[in-house]
Design a protein around this ligand. Sequence first.
Ligand SMILES: C[S@@+](CC[C@H](N)C(=O)[O-])C[C@H]1O[C@@H](n2cnc3c(N)ncnc32)[C@H](O)[C@@H]1O
Length: 233
Amino acid sequence: MSRSRIHRRKQSGRRLEDDFSRRAKRDGYPARSVFKLEEIDQKLRLFRRGQRVLDLGASPGSWTLYAAQRVGREGKVVGLDLQPHSAALPPNATIEVMDVREIAPRDRFGERSFEVVLSDMAPATMGHRASDMARSYELFMVAMEIALTVLVDGGAFVGKIFHGGEFQEAHAAMKRHFKTVRVIRPKATREMSYEVFLCGLGKRPDAPVLPEPQPREERSGSARGSAESAQSR
Ligand SMILES: C[S@@+](CC[C@H](N)C(=O)[O-])C[C@H]1O[C@@H](n2cnc3c(N)ncnc32)[C@H](O)[C@@H]1O
């Protein structure tokens, strides 16, 4: 590709990103990532009124706010994140500050207590591709294990993962536990990002309830202030 063509592509990518950011602000969402969830929702018909939704990696709060609006007042959204949120949330939504890798989901929420589990968690990118991929895979698998514990039979899980590294293993695991699995890269994703969303619909009734994930002592893979997590919002 010629240099001027690369330049033009970068320019139009940036214009699209600015456009998403402007629209998010106009619509009252703190981050443009809301359009990723909106596209996934439009493709998969993820939400119904009255549902209970668990949102992992929820700050600054766009996905939580969007999900809360979609499930309505009779539904409920519980968000968890390392960092506090900035979105003004309606009464049916909360975001608590915590490391998702530290929670014991069965004790905290009980089994089969949510219809939808979302994870937009992203690791602190180190600029070393293999390490970034490994951290993303780890966060995805923690989220999937939580989903398998707390989802009702037939429930849905959407999880962010970097494409590369152990992506195929994660995809295969999803296929074992969900009737339908889709890989979606929403238009609002930054052009340079590796991220895609693995979406599982119809949690199989025979999906084993997995042992509680072990709390990790080493937290360096988390996304406090990370480049990719901040940029990917
Ligand atoms: C891309 S942002 C999420 C944006 C959010 N979905 C929204 O629409 O506002 C990724 C988030 O994952 C969170 N995160 C990363 N690792 C985490 C962990 N171990 N536990 C909880 N949150 C984590 C980061 O703090 C960051 O806020």
